[in-house]
Design a protein around this ligand. Structure first.
Ligand code: THU
Length: 160
């Protein structure tokens, strides 16, 4: 038996205003998308914005359903739309923001496990790392240089 240590490196910005201008613009698109979330059940709005290598920005927000599991997270709404609309484009960056309707969300909110697995699929498909930025409604912003960095031991199609 031997022990294996898995390490992840993240970059933390103290505030949205510390982000490079181009990332602020992408995060602003995610904030705008967040405001269009359909979240009457959880009251938790999430917005995502994706920058493609063709310079298009694709957005998504969480879309809930009375049958709860039929709803979809913001990140997957955005990435599946990007894949559907621009199948040849590579995904460069993704900005994510989440905000509760009940309280101030001042902690960075990472994408859920299902969204990480979904984003990983595109990172593997395009053989190019996707930069991920995530925040709450305010406060710190976390940057990961790739999705794989957020999902060690991910399930890959190479095993199929
Ligand atoms: N949600 C997202 O949109 N992204 C995530 O990564 C986690 C959760 C949504 C799903 C649901 O509409 C609400 O947030 C509460 O779970």
């Amino acid at each position: 038996m031997k022990e294996v240590k898995i390490e992840t490196t993240l970059e933390i910005y103290d505030d949205y205003n510390e982000l490079p201008q181009s990332i602020q613009a992408l995060m602003q698109s995610a904030i705008d998308a967040r405001n269009n979330a359909y979240a009457p059940y959880s009251k938790f709005n999430v917005g995502a914005a994706i920058l493609l290598d063709n310079n298009e920005v694709v957005i998504g927000s969480n879309q809930e359903n009375a049958c709860y599991p039929s709803g979809l997270c913001a990140e997957r709404t955005a990435i599946y739309y990007a894949g559907a609309k621009y199948p040849e484009a590579k995904i460069l960056k993704m900005a994510i923001t989440a905000s509760s309707q009940n309280q101030v969300t001042d902690q960075p909110i990472p994408p859920c496990g299902s969204c990480r697995q979904s984003i990983a699929e595109y990172e593997i498909k395009q053989d190019l790392q996707i930069e991920i930025y995530f925040m709450g409604a305010k406060g710190k912003v976390v940057k990961s240089h790739s999705l794989a960095n957020l999902l060690p031991l991910l399930f890959e199609n190479s095993v199929l």
